[in-house]
Design a binder for this molecule. Structure first.
Ligand code: ITT
Length: 200
């Protein structure tokens, strides 16, 4: 069976991260009727897998089975060569504080740990996207963008670690770029290109 996503269908976006939800909506470009897992009151499953793809599939599967609707999920993060790939799949967890998520705190930790490791500014973002059919098939793709870290962070666009990441060939951070420029080269946009080729 060839799986395709028909234009106009109702699609759950299984993210509770508002920054990510905005980017996914922009990258889907009005093609579907998107409803978020948060709006449907779906619970957030624990991300227990060891890979981006594993966790994207887990999130898509949980929301699709609970809602009875085709679901897209993203698992993503920043990996730093000097830190052996950390924080990677733990990127969101590095921002956890008693008062909730704090990415200034997470970016400070990155700076401290990179210094302690002897430096080295190479890093990359990964986005794994999974689409799951309720109690059925699942498809997953992954996109990546390489670049370098800069401290202190710059810019207030985007979300998460965007202020400290400059993609290869650019001089601005993702936090300084306007959204269209980030979408022209981001890990998430690259994953979407693969997803579109496979399912649209
Ligand atoms: P959901 O699981 O509900 O989708 P989450 O924020 O917990 O939301 P992840 O587990 O995939 O999602 O965590 C990924 C983290 O990596 C995210 O919180 C961001 O801080 C960071 N991240 C991912 N993509 C990013 C991007 O494009 N720019 C900046 N930071 C990004």
């Amino acid at each position: 069976m060839v799986l395709k996503l028909e234009t106009g269908l109702k699609l759950v976006c299984a993210t509770h991260n508002p920054g990510k939800a905005i980017e996914i909506a922009e990258l889907l470009d009005g093609r579907f009727e998107v409803v978020t897992a948060g709006a449907l009151g779906l619970p957030e499953p624990e991300e227990v897998e060891a890979t981006f793809v594993g966790n994207a599939v887990l999130k898509a599967r949980a929301a699709a089975d609970a809602s009875g609707l085709i679901t897209i999920a993203d698992d993503s993060g920043l990996s730093i060569t000097a830190l052996g790939g950390a924080p990677g799949i733990y990127s969101a967890r590095w921002a956890e504080t008693d008062a909730g998520r704090d990415f200034a705190f997470a970016m400070d930790r990155v700076e401290r740990e990179v210094k302690a490791a002897g430096g080295g500014d190479h890093a990359w973002f990964t986005s794994a996207l999974a689409v799951a059919w309720p109690h059925g098939a699942v498809a997953a793709v992954e996109g990546r963008v390489d670049g370098r870290l800069v401290f202190p962070g710059r810019g207030s666009n985007g979300f998460g670690y965007d202020p400290i990441f400059i993609p290869k060939g650019e001089s601005e951070t993702f936090g300084e770029m306007d959204p269209a420029r980030k979408h022209a080269q981001s890990h998430r946009a690259r994953a979407f290109d693969k997803l579109k080729a496979a399912l649209f």
